[in-house]
Design a protein around this ligand. Structure first.
Ligand code: CUA
Length: 330
């Protein structure tokens, strides 16, 4: 925890911590064992087989058995390490269903976070203990890296991309948050606190707050940027209805398909002519330079929240802020 004296390893405060440490200690132990063995053998052989006047050098003969031993044993050891770490890596890569959503934007030189009910934080992140939290991270300028040593998780925040990571805190407390990618002059000051709280305390902290959710903010932006004009069913519809598209595969003009995900939505807003949905004309203008990273996340949250019914039955769905419940999950 912050404020504790020097310690070689950060506290173990997430479900990953102990598992990763076990692998790490195994690697250190194995390396230490072989380093020691090699040093001992080098010294022993140097003494035993040193050049002496009364002994001529012997001719060495290859030994198949010996070569098999020093090939097969290391092979087994590295395969154990490979499978072990691949298992942990996959576990860390796939956020569980129902994880608490948090959006993070890195910028020179601070971390901005927003919870799904709209509450924002800078250089601080409150998380519940005992529940999975999924971080979706991006950057507004250069590559940063969102790093929580006590949870043993780290993910790059890359401009133009959405990277996710997840964790489940196990102990209430305050932990370090670092930027782990050199990002300019004040990289070393791009630090913060992770505050892990019991779930009820977290709910209280989160609940005493009324700001618009990312979905609501996105809905407003959808109107503000006049997206609804072309994207809603009706007489003037010239672009695909976006309801229910998230997570599906869409056909493109000129053949091919694209997965309708965060990256696709982003690309379509900034570079609408890159991948045009089949059956539509390339009429959409670019919004490059007009949408900030936070607005982009809000628009994505809104588009993700659109169910086919809401968007298809209402030509003015985007003008009714109450059509999405606060804190609604996509
Ligand atoms: Cu941001 Cu280093």
């Amino acid at each position: 925890m912050i404020g504790e004296g020097f310690r070689l390893f950060p506290v173990q405060a997430s479900t990953f911590a102990e598992k990763l440490d076990r692998l790490y200690f195994f690697l250190v132990g194995m390396s230490g064992f072989f380093a020691g063995l090699i040093i001992i053998l080098v010294i022993t052989f140097a003494v035993v087989y040193r050049r002496r006047a009364d002994r001529a050098p012997e001719k060495t003969r290859p030994s198949l058995g010996l070569e098999l031993i020093w090939t097969v044993i290391p092979l087994i050891l590295v395969m154990v390490v490979f499978l072990w770490s691949a298992d942990l890596f996959l576990d860390q890569s796939i956020p569980p269903q129902g994880a608490e959503d948090v959006y993070v934007v890195g910028k020179q030189w601070m971390w901005k976070a927003q919870h799904s009910n709209g509450r924002r934080e800078i250089n601080e992140l409150h998380v519940p203990v005992g529940r999975a939290v999924k971080i979706t991270a991006t950057s507004q300028d250069v590559i940063h890296s969102f790093y929580i040593p006590a949870f043993r998780v780290k993910q790059d925040a890359v401009p133009g991309q959405y990277r996710t990571m997840w964790f489940q805190a196990t102990k209430p407390g305050e932990y370090h948050l670092f930027c782990a990618e050199y990002c300019g002059t004040d990289h070393s000051k791009m630090i913060g606190r992770i505050i892990a709280m019991q779930d009820t305390a977290y709910q209280n902290w989160l609940g005493g707050y009324t700001d618009e959710t990312p979905v609501q903010a996105g809905e407003k932006l959808f109107v503000q940027f006049d997206c609804a004009n072309c994207h809603e069913s009706g007489r003037r519809q010239r672009c695909p209805n976006l309801g229910g598209l998230y997570g599906t595969t869409v056909a493109l003009t000129g053949g091919g398909t694209a997965l309708f995900d965060e990256a696709y939505i982003r690309e379509s807003i900034l570079d609408p002519k890159a991948k045009i949905a089949a059956g539509y004309e390339p009429v959409m203008p670019t919004f490059r330079g007009q949408v900030t990273e936070e607005q982009m996340l809000a628009l994505i949250a809104y588009i993700k929240s659109l169910s086919p019914n809401v968007a298809a039955t209402s030509t003015e769905g985007a003008r009714r802020p109450q059509s999405s419940a606060p804190g609604k999950k996509e």
